[in-house]
Design a protein around this ligand. Structure first.
Ligand SMILES: [Zn+2]
Length: 316
C-alpha cells in the first residue's frame, strides 16, 4: 500500500516536471519579432499566430519617416530574433542607428533571414530615380517611393517573405506558418477583387494628395494624381504653391483631396473650403485610427471612405 502511494506521488511529480520543461521550451521557442511599422506587425501576427511575439517600433498614426528613437527600442531589438522593416530609406533617419546600438549580431544587415528589408520582396517599385539626386529635389528616395504597402497586392509578397523567414527560424512549425500564409493570401485576394469592384465606377478620377504617399494606392485604384500640396516631398506647402494647386483642382476637375491623418490638416482643409472639393484625412497604416487592426481593415476603410465621398460628390 505504501509502495503504491509513493509510486503515485512520483508519477505526479514526473508529470509536473515534464509539463514545466515543455512549457519552458514553448516560451523559449516563441520567435521575437520587431517591425518598424504596424503594417508589418499585423501581417507577422497573421502568419506567426501564437508562435511569435511581435512589437512595432512606430505607431500607425505616426509619420514613419520621423520616429523618436526611445531607449526601449534598443532593448526590444537586442532580444529580437527577426527584424522586419520597409527599406527604400523610409526609416533611414532613425532605424539604422538603433539596429547598430542593439548589439544583436543576428539582426544586423547581411543576415538574409533575420534582417528583413521588405522592399527586396517588392517587384514594381515606383518613382525609382536613376539620375542624380540632391536635396533641392526634396526628400527623395532614390531606390523608389517607399510607400508600397498602400498597394494591397503588395501584402502578398510581404506575407510570403515573412512566412519564409519564420519557417527557416522555426522549422518545427513550418506547416503552421504555411497554412496561415495560405489563409492570409486567399482572404486578401478575395478582398482585393471586392475593393476593385467598388472602385470600378471611379476609374481615372483625378485626385490631389498631401505628400507623395499615395502613388501605389492611386495606381492600383485607377486614380490619377494631378498634384501634391507639398511642393516637393517633405517640403511644407508655400502660399504660391497652394494657389497653383487650387488652380489645378479647378481646371482639372479634381474630385477629392487625400492626406494621411498624421500630416497637418489646416492647408488641405483651407483648399477644400476654397474649391468645394472634399478633403479626406485618412489612416495610412494599420492602427492609424481606432478600429483598424488588420491590413484588410485598412483598405476597407480607405476604399470605403474614398468611394463614398466620390458617390456623394456625384449625387450633387
Ligand atoms: Zn514619403
Amino acid at each position: 500500500m505504501k509502495k503504491l502511494k509513493l509510486l503515485k506521488q512520483l508519477t505526479t511529480i514526473t508529470i509536473i516536471l515534464i509539463s514545466l520543461i515543455s512549457f519552458g521550451h514553448d516560451a523559449l521557442a516563441q520567435v521575437k519579432i520587431v517591425t518598424s511599422t504596424t503594417d508589418f506587425a499585423t501581417i507577422a501576427k497573421d502568419i506567426g499566430g501564437d508562435k511569435v511575439e511581435v512589437v512595432s517600433l512606430s505607431k500607425g498614426y505616426q509619420d514613419p519617416h520621423f520616429v523618436d528613437a526611445k531607449p526601449i527600442f534598443i532593448t526590444k531589438l537586442n532580444q529580437a530574433g527577426l527584424m522586419i522593416y520597409n527599406g527604400l530609406e523610409l526609416e533611414v533617419g532613425w532605424l539604422p542607428i538603433l539596429i547598430t546600438g542593439a548589439r544583436n549580431s543576428d539582426i544586423q544587415a547581411g543576415n538574409p533571414t533575420r534582417h528583413y528589408n521588405v522592399s527586396t520582396s517588392i517587384k514594381d517599385k515606383l518613382e525609382v530615380h536613376t539620375g542624380q539626386v540632391d536635396r533641392s529635389m526634396g526628400d527623395i528616395h532614390p531606390g523608389g517611393n517607399p510607400h508600397y504597402m498602400l498597394d494591397p497586392r503588395n501584402g502578398i509578397p510581404v506575407a510570403r517573405g515573412i512566412a519564409a523567414r519564420l519557417i527557416k527560424i522555426d522549422p518545427e512549425n513550418a506547416a503552421f506558418y504555411e497554412e496561415n500564409f495560405n489563409n492570409f493570401v486567399s482572404e486578401l485576394k478575395l478582398k482585393i477583387s471586392e475593393w476593385k469592384t467598388g472602385l470600378e465606377p471611379f476609374q481615372d478620377t483625378k485626385v490631389v494628395t498631401y505628400h507623395k504617399l499615395w502613388v501605389y494606392f492611386t495606381k492600383w485604384a485607377g486614380f490619377t494624381e494631378v498634384g501634391t500640396i507639398e511642393p516637393k516631398p517633405g517640403i511644407p506647402p508655400t502660399p504660391s504653391h497652394v494657389a497653383n494647386i487650387i488652380k489645378t483642382i479647378e481646371n482639372e476637375d479634381v474630385k477629392v483631396i487625400i492626406a494621411a491623418n498624421y500630416y497637418p490638416q489646416k492647408t488641405p482643409s483651407i483648399i477644400a473650403e476654397k474649391t468645394g472639393v472634399p478633403f479626406l484625412s485618412l489612416p495610412a497604416m494599420v492602427e492609424g485610427r481606432d478600429g483598424i487592426n488588420s491590413y484588410i481593415e485598412l483598405f476597407d476603410a480607405l476604399v470605403g471612405e474614398i468611394t463614398s465621398a466620390l458617390k456623394s460628390k456625384e449625387g450633387n
